[in-house]
Design a protein around this ligand. Structure first.
Ligand code: GAL
Length: 605
């Protein structure tokens, strides 16, 4: 048996059968059969995007307990904690070595409170007690492989693990249950970030391996190369770790998957963790920030309460986003806010400039990010101008970000059609950064300076009062099956199901959701609706596609269409179902299934 399957098996034996396992068993039988579930990673954690602080962007490996404690204190004293910043996370650099019996020893020269008389491991309990005593929550870091990222990429920095090759294997590979038990049951952490260099960067050719300092790990992730990676094995490792976290950390423990969108992790992350990186590490420059936006901006159907796309931590306070670049800092925060991204600050809060505080602590911006509906904003592009619309909870409530990626000023506007507001109706408009109010009708237009942005909160009149369009509730749609096989995987950064667009990026002519055939979408209707309507469309391919609608696993509607013969519309009674499922199936296409759309798909109250 391979090491990977053994690790998965060990964890599986130790675990009670979970919802995730049940859903997996279901999908192995017939992935297009209705599940009757909303099969995301289901815990009580991260019902809104996590907010807090992580030392990596400020200190990298040069981190110690005094700095982290002082920042935690500053988070409380400055008022950031009362605005919602809650997690204080330790990143790479805390582990000293793995002992012969597999337990982990903490580096107590940098985390002195961990030194415990008579203990050869030490304990983080005094540290987490301190953090909890401040009313905050504590997070820690590991790697899904045997070794961490710092060991590979920061070989000259302080705080690397020490000892023999085996002792320096401080990653959780082969130790999922043991490590999670220590971290959650003994040390009382609330959150864990799980990196992936250990399964990516320790090949024969990697210098620290070549030099004999580390064991080889046949890579499960080949960066930027999906076909050469093993997405299933990576997903299996995270699944096993997630089970161990739930067992020892309970339902409130947060799991942050850090596989940088590699090995299709942006597509399966929602099944395996509470947040999942979609891109390489953010850097403190504009280009990097924009590229991380692009990694996540089309992924609204992959985020919702308990499962969030993660374009990485904030770089506010550094480089292009420091106190001398408030336009850029505000735009960075505007975009993370509207994208329902985790808000993890990364600068040294002991020396926070008031102007930066005013950005990251703006309660109205935070409220948009933390809106309980959990919808990620949906983008409209026009050259360098980008408009992003986030449906908020409450009738007619929307947030809009208007954002200039470029270095010349641009005009940007948002229309009532894009917002789903009735033509001619008046909306109340609040400008979150200018702290001003006004009324508007039919369209809002602004001029944005270079790198500028505007963030608005609107209250308007929906064009169809009784209808909720699926495009306005992406947080309640789960792409359970996307129709892609690994061989037909899209390039990294593209999402196989999208709001308002086909998977290839083509903009839909109707308000709808684009996907591949052989897909299954789960919609959390929560007994709030009685009818479902849609005009299904076949966008590509020559073969017929069958469209099926299920209400709590019962088939309630079925039509067939092709690119030349439009399918008749569907209008069905869903009898206050909890879960509505939309299945598109075809026999055509061994390489890539045809693209389809659920046009004007809406639930009626
Ligand atoms: C990277 C990760 C960073 C940081 C670093 C630590 O892989 O993306 O956020 O955790 O490793 O070595």
């Amino acid at each position: 048996m391979s090491r990977v399957s053994r690790a998965v098996l060990i964890a599986a034996i130790a675990m009670p059968i979970s919802t995730a396992a049940a859903a997996q068993a279901h999908s192995q039988s017939d992935p297009l059969a209705p599940s009757g579930q909303f099969s995301v990673y289901r815990t009580a954690a991260a019902q809104t995007p996590p907010m807090g602080w992580n030392p990596w962007n400020a200190f990298h490996a040069d981190v110690d307990e005094a700095k982290v404690r002082a920042v935690a204190k500053a988070m409380v004293d400055s008022g950031l904690a009362t605005r919602g910043y809650r997690f204080v996370n330790i990143d790479d650099g805390w582990a000293l070595r793995r002992l012969a019996d597999g337990r982990l020893r903490i580096r107590d020269n940098t985390f002195p409170s961990s030194a415990t008389p008579g203990s050869d491991t030490g304990s983080f309990k005094p540290f987490t007690d301190y953090i909890h005593g401040l009313g905050l929550k504590a997070g820690i870091y590991t790697d899904i492989g045997r070794n961490t990222c710092m060991q590979r990429w920061d070989a000259d920095t302080p705080n690397l693990p020490v000892g023999t090759v085996a002792e320096r294997q401080v990653g959780s590979y082969g130790h999922a249950v043991q490590d999670m038990r220590t971290i959650f049951a003994d040390w009382h952490f609330d959150y864990i970030k799980v990196d992936a260099c250990g399964v990516a960067d320790y090949t024969h050719a990697d210098p620290p391996v070549t030099s004999g300092a580390y064991d080889t790990f046949a890579p499960l992730i080949v960066r930027g190369n999906i076909p050469a990676s093993n997405p299933q094995a990576v997903e299996g490792l995270y699944a096993a770790l997630g089970e161990a976290i739930q067992r020892w950390g309970g339902g409130n423990a947060t799991l942050s998957i850090c596989a940088w969108g590699e090995a299709l992790s942006a597509l399966w992350g929602g099944k395996r963790g509470n947040l999942y990186r979609t891109s390489p590490d953010i850097e403190s420059n504009w280009k990097s920030m924009v590229s991380n936006i692009d990694s996540v901006i089309d992924g609204a159907l992959y985020a919702g309460p308990g499962h969030w796309n993660d374009p990485d931590m904030l770089e506010i306070g550094h480089g292009d986003f420091d106190a001398a670049h408030l336009t850029e800092a505000r735009s960075h925060f505007t975009m993370w806010t509207i994208m329902a991204s985790p808000l993890l600050l990364g600068y040294d809060l002991r020396q926070s400039a008031p102007a930066l505080f005013d950005i990251v602590a703006n309660p109205e911006a935070i409220a948009i990010n933390q809106d309980p509906a959990g919808n990620q904003g949906v983008p409209y592009r026009n050259g360098d101008a980008m408009v992003v619309v986030k449906t908020l909870s409450g009738t007619g409530a929307r947030a809009v970000a208007l954002f200039n990626r470029g270095t010349k000023s641009v005009e940007a506007s948002v229309s009532w059609a894009q917002l789903g507001f009735a033509a001619g109706s008046v909306a109340k408009v609040r400008d979150v950064w200018a702290h001003s109010d006004r009324d508007a009708t039919d369209r809002i237009s602004v001029t944005l300076p270079a790198h500028g942005s505007v963030l608005l909160r609107l209250r308007g009149t929906p064009s169809e009062v009784a209808a909720t369009f699926l495009t306005n509730m992406p947080g309640r749609v789960n792409v359970a099956v996307d129709g892609l096989t690994q061989a037909t995987a899209l390039p990294m950064g593209q999402f196989p199901a999208r709001v308002g667009a086909a998977p290839d990026g083509r903009i839909l002519k109707t308000n709808g959701i684009g996907a591949f055939a052989n897909s299954r979408l789960e919609v959390r209707a929560d007994r709030a609706f009685h009818r479902f309507l849609t005009a299904p469309i076949v966008l590509s391919g020559g073969q017929p596609v069958r469209f099926r609608v299920y209400a709590d696993r019962k088939l309630v509607g079925e039509v067939t269409g092709s690119p030349t013969r439009a399918a008749p519309p569907i209008d069905v009674d869903i009898a206050s179902a909890k879960i509505v499922e939309l299945v598109a199936m075809t026999n055509a296409g061994t390489t890539r299934p045809p693209m389809i759309a659920w046009g004007n798909a809406r639930l009626m109250r």
